[in-house]
Structures are given as C-alpha cells and as structure tokens.
Design a protein around this ligand. Structure first.
Ligand SMILES: Cc1cc2nc3c(=O)[nH]c(=O)nc-3n(C[C@H](O)[C@H](O)[C@H](O)COP(=O)(O)O)c2cc1C
Length: 187
C-alpha cells in the first residue's frame, strides 16, 4: 500500500483479535514511534508493552481504578472494565515523561509522545494490523501511573490496543469534512 493511501484510509479498529504483532513487528512499531518529531531531542516518550498473561494484571488495574473512582460500581461493571485488557492481543501504553527544566514547553513534550503514538498506529496498519487509541479515567489515575512505572507528574497519553481487525467498520464519512476546518490565510 502506498503511504498516502494508508494515511487517507486510516481509521480505528472496532474489534481486534489474534494474531497480534510478533516480536519483529513489535520492534518495527517501537522503532517507528521513535521517529516522531521531537523538539529538543528530549525523547519524552516511554512505552510499556502488555501482552499475553500480563493483560490479567492490566485488567486488574483497570477494574481497581473503577472501584476506587466509583465504589458503588456493580460487579458486572467491574468485570466489563477488567475485560477491556483483553480487547486485543497487544497493548502499548504510551507515556510522556516530561522534563520541567527543559526549554521545550511541557505541552510540546506531550505532543511529541502523542506523535509517537500515532506513528505506532500507522506502522501497525502498514504491517497489516490495526489498532485503536484509548484513554479513559485510568490514564489520569495516579495509582495506575505508578503501577505502570510512572510518576503522577508523567502523562499517560494513550493505551494503544493492537491486533488483527475482525470486522472493518463502515466508513464514518468524517474525512469528507476536512475542508471545513481549514483557513487559507490571506485569500
Ligand atoms: C488522546 C486520545 C484519547 C482517546 N480516548 C478514547 C477513549 O478513551 N475511548 C474511545 O472510545 N475513543 C477514544 N479516542 C478516539 C478513538 O481513538 C478514535 O480516534 C475515534 O473513535 C474516532 O475513530 P477513527 O479513529 O476511526 O476516526 C481517543 C483518541 C485520542 C487521540
């Protein structure tokens, strides 16, 4: 597939299954992430790879977060939250570990990690996989951050769920509206 077609056709996966990216594909995803634009060469991005049995631990983190945030949650709701970890064979947590002393604004350091996340999604598509970028309350939870090896000041920019797409969702048509969001200065 031509790169431009990949970009023009990008969309999130709705349902993902095995096979997930193997070791070689995973390396390509992460190496692609590290080619993101990086102001000041700070390399603020960090990645946590969750796959196989490690998803049990991640699912437990998600359910525990919901329990902390909403103690009245039903067992069914907690179970639904736990099962999110099994939506795909591979999850890559993308975080930004920001340097407050750097001259590069903090927001740019997060944007940089966000660009790395997008590179992962595009690389996955290029390799015949697909994915979806999620956050939710867990991404902003201090305990979840610590459990994933980060500090409260770090930003979890996304949980990337990656695997093989089972059903291609119908075209949303959203891309047809891009012209509405463009201003041509001076015309
Ligand atoms: C930073 C970020 C966080 C997101 N978090 C969620 C989320 O928690 N839940 C969700 O359903 N979609 C989330 N999305 C949106 C989806 O990833 C997806 O882009 C959206 O559903 C539109 O579908 P499309 O990518 O096929 O156009 C997030 C997107 C971004 C960029």
């Amino acid at each position: 597939m031509q790169a431009i077609d990949l970009l023009l056709q990008r969309r999130s996966a709705k349902t993902l299954t095995e096979p997930g990216p193997d070791e070689g594909a995973l390396e390509l995803l992460l190496a692609s992430a590290a080619r993101a634009p990086d102001h000041g060469r700070l390399r603020p991005w960090r990645f946590v790879v969750i796959r196989g049995a490690a998803r049990e631990r991640f699912g437990a983190m998600l359910a525990a977060q919901l329990q902390r945030a909403r103690p009245q949650s039903s067992p069914e709701a907690l179970e639904r939250e736990r099962l999110k970890a099994f939506r795909s064979p591979l999850i890559i947590v993308v975080a930004a570990v920001r340097d407050a002393r750097a001259s590069v604004p903090m927001i740019e350091q997060v944007l940089c990690a966000g660009a790395a996340a997008q590179n992962i999604l595009l690389a996955a598509r290029a390799l015949g996989f697909n994915g979806v970028w999620k956050t939710g309350a867990a991404a902003y939870d201090e305990t979840v951050k610590r459990e994933l090896g980060f500090e409260p000041a770090d930003a979890l920019v996304g949980f990337l769920y990656l695997g093989t797409e089972t059903d291609a969702p119908p075209e949303s048509g959203a891309q047809a509206h891009w012209r509405e969001h463009v201003t041509y200065l001076g015309e």
